[in-house]
Design a binder for this molecule. Structure first.
Ligand code: PLP
Length: 366
């Protein structure tokens, strides 16, 4: 008989002990505005085409999928050329199960023991988890009080820590703030031996005139731009994210990816979605207008509101934000308790959902 297990069972890495798995509460509520999903599901024609594509793929599921996602990477390059006017080759694109997996792969390839990843808070709360999982040291600098990027502070921090990976969302989550081109270019030049990852999960929602970091790929070979189909594309359930970068960076990521990491079903669904990009993105303009209306309304009610280029808005400030979050939930409206203390984040939903949110917030705060 084996001896009784010790208190340390199971033999989890020390730094993972007593850590709760990450995730926003998945609650069954009438109005879910907490994870920045697109509130509009795919239209019936797209649903039908997805079903057909999955049926076709199903007949070949005894075989492993294309390990290089060749067709998908071509289709992603075509989409980006249409969306941002930036022409890229398929070997500058890489896709995985959500941009979360892309980001983990980047840290597996470019982070690791003895190396450091840097971001600037408030920033995406998943980054320190990827760093931990890839055994990479994590350093978070800060943003200015208005959530703008502080280049002088960044310069000092990068000098001090010499990171191999810099992670920055633009538009930023949870604040909605987009980075100016100059800041991205300067960052890339400051750390020529590191990779600078600009996480553009919300890029399609940016306000007119806000540029995409894709435009800088030609001038900075250490720049990586990540995107996702989870937000604007209304495809969060399919799990498709991707990056655009120099071919050498894509090749490095290919070294650490799992064999056949992207299923044939996922590749087929993503392909159909990209063919129907115009239909899937048709509501993006509505959502941007709804966002701008929400910002205006919140300011009229004398809340503090961060400017947003995304499909969510950070607003405050509340002496007890948890009480407000809880009060809204009691009224059937789920938002997100995240970001700096005193602030809350709400995703932009349908006009009906936003009306429910405004009503609940007024009842809760007046
Ligand atoms: C939602 C989000 C993502 C997207 O994650 P997926 O894995 O593609 O669903 C990436 N980065 C940020 C900052 C996000 O908010």
């Amino acid at each position: 008989m084996s001896p009784p297990p010790s208190a340390g069972w199971p033999p989890l890495r020390d730094e993972l002990r007593d850590i709760a798995p990450y995730g926003a509460p998945q609650l069954d509520v009438a109005v879910a505005l907490n994870v920045n999903e697109n509130p509009y599901g795919p239209p019936p024609r797209v649903v039908a085409d997805i079903a057909t594509a999955v049926q076709e793929v199903a007949a070949g599921l005894n075989r492993y999928p294309d390990r290089e996602s060749t067709e998908l990477r071509k289709a992603l390059a075509d989409y980006l050329a249409r969306e941002s006017g930036v022409v890229l080759a398929a070997d500058q694109l890489w896709a995985a199960n959500g941009s979360n997996e892309v980001m983990l792969q980047l840290l597996q390839a470019f982070g690791g023991p003895g190396r450091t990843a840097v971001s600037f808070a408030p920033t995406y709360s998943m980054y320190p988890e990827y760093a931990r999982d890839a055994m990479t040291s994590w350093v978070a600098g800060r943003r200015r009080d208005d959530f703008g990027f502080d280049l002088d502070h960044a310069r000092d921090l990068l000098d001090q820590h010499r990171p191999s990976v810099v992670l920055l969302p633009s538009p930023n989550n949870p604040t909605g703030t987009a980075l100016p081109h100059e800041a991205i270019g300067t960052l890339c030049a400051l750390v020529p031996d590191a990779v600078v990852v600009i996480d553009e999960a919300y890029a399609e929602f940016r306000r007119t005139g806000t540029p995409s970091a894709l435009e800088l790929l030609a001038t900075h070979r250490n720049l990586v731009v990540t995107r996702t189909m989870s937000k604007a594309f209304a495809l969060a359930g399919a799990r498709v994210g991707y990056l655009a970068a120099a071919p050498e960076i894509c090749d490095a990521v290919r070294v650490v990816r799992l064999p056949y990491h992207l299923s044939a079903v996922t590749q087929a669904v993503a392909g159909v979605a990209l063919r129907h990009a115009d239909e899937l993105l048709a509501r993006v303009d509505d959502l941007r207008q709804e966002r701008d209306r929400l910002v205006t309304w919140l300011r009229e009610q004398a809340f503090e509101v961060a400017d947003s280029d995304a499909n969510f808005v950070l607003f405050g400030r509340f002496p007890d934000r948890h009480a407000i979050w809880q009060g809204l939930l009691r009224r059937g409206v789920l938002i997100r308790e995240t970001g700096p203390d005193g602030w809350l984040r709400v995703s932009v939903g349908t006009p009906g959902e936003m009306a429910a949110f405004r009503r609940a917030l007024l009842e809760e705060t007046r």
